[in-house]
Write a protein that binds this ligand. Structure first.
Ligand SMILES: C[S@@+](CC[C@H](N)C(=O)[O-])C[C@H]1O[C@@H](n2cnc3c(N)ncnc32)[C@H](O)[C@@H]1O
Length: 329
């Protein structure tokens, strides 16, 4: 009993709330940086819980802003926290509770051998979507924060993007992003936050998505090669997949090589891109890789370039014909 009383005497003063921090440091949301803050601590706690057990974890939070997610990360017992924030106005506001919780802000980019590493962030959508593509590529190459192992990510996206990331084969939302994320990770759409929970309120709702990298990617080919196949397959979303896949090949060999690709991958050419499963994409990627080994330069082929050259040649011929018709009236 006495010990409890003694502890109570040494309690640190309560922390200011996020609203108080915003007011104290005059942290008005910057529209240009797409800043929308979460002030409801029940929601920020819930987002951080999706990351799993953070006890003794090494965490990188991207875009902490006034610190709505930072506080529950620290409370969950993270061993250290690296915060990456573009807007330096937030630094003084983050300092008090980083010190209060007796954790430290690790400002170096390199973190020493973390077996338990998490990335957490509520970022602007214009940043989180291109960033997840970069992280997926790093995951596949085991570079960046994935050189230490299967770093988990808990991130927010526009609700529709969250649905695309987790869409299963055959569903309406199935897209390039679904395939690229799911061949590398287990992806979970945790819950949706209504736009009205943010200050200021964005025009869209927000999905919280958790990614756990797979021990072995479902497709064992270079990321760029998989990206090429998937991008081409989804090029004509409503058409049979053959239509998009054939654009992987130069016009002179298009029919023959498309036939060979689909035959050796054993994929039905009349499937819509949304109906192709990950294992079928794996077969396509393996077959395409083999074709690239057998056909020099194929991997760099870009049908847009070929089309551009064709148009240029046509324009050149037309201008020559025009000149001729003027000189021979
Ligand atoms: C949507 S706000 C969220 C703030 C806070 N995490 C929250 O949940 O209330 C996004 C934050 O990301 C920051 N940000 C924007 N672009 C960034 C970038 N490229 N790198 C790091 N932070 C960025 C913004 O300054 C802002 O603080």
């Amino acid at each position: 009993m006495a010990a409890t009383q003694k502890l109570a005497c040494f309690r640190l003063p309560p922390l200011p709330t996020i609203k108080e921090i915003i007011k104290l440091y005059n942290l008005r949301a910057e529209k240009q940086l797409s800043q929308n803050f979460l002030l409801d601590m029940r929601l920020t706690d819930k987002i951080v819980r999706q990351a799993g057990n953070l006890k003794d974890a090494h965490v990188c939070e991207v875009g902490p802003g006034p610190g709505g997610l930072t506080r529950p990360i620290l409370k969950a017992g993270a061993a250290d926290l690296l915060v990456v924030e573009k807007d330096t106005r937030f630094i003084p506001g983050l300092q008090p509770f980083l010190e209060h919780e007796r954790f430290f802000m690790n400002v170096c980019v390199c973190i020493s051998v973390p077996p338990n590493l998490h990335i957490i962030g509520n970022l602007p959508f214009s940043v989180s979507t291109p960033l997840i593509i970069k992280w997926l590529e790093q995951m596949s190459n085991r570079t960046g924060c994935f050189m230490f192992g299967r770093t988990r990510l808990t991130l927010t996206f526009q609700k529709e993007v969250a649905e695309r990331l987790t869409a299963s084969t055959g569903s309406r939302q199935r897209s390039r992003l679904s395939v690229m994320a799911q061949y590398l990770c287990t992806v979970k759409n945790c819950f949706t936050i209504p736009g009205c929970a943010f200050v200021p309120k964005p025009n869209v709702d927000v999905g919280v998505v958790h990614f756990t990298p797979l021990a072995q990617p479902q497709i064992q080919q270079p990321f760029k090669l998989v990206e090429r196949i998937v991008k081409n397959a989804f090029q004509f979303r409503r058409k049979h997949c053959r239509r998009g896949l054939e654009m992987l090949f130069p016009e002179s060999q298009r029919q023959e090589l498309t036939e060979e690709l689909l035959c050796s991958a054993d994929v039905d050419p009349t499937l819509r891109p949304t109906e192709i499963s990950i294992s079928e994409f794996r077969a396509l990627a393996d077959a395409y890789s083999k074709l690239c080994e057998e056909n020099q330069g194929l991997i760099d082929y870009d049908f847009r370039e070929e089309l551009k050259l064709k148009h240029q040649a046509k324009r050149h011929i037309n201008s020559k014909l025009l000149k001729l018709s003027y000189s021979n009236p």
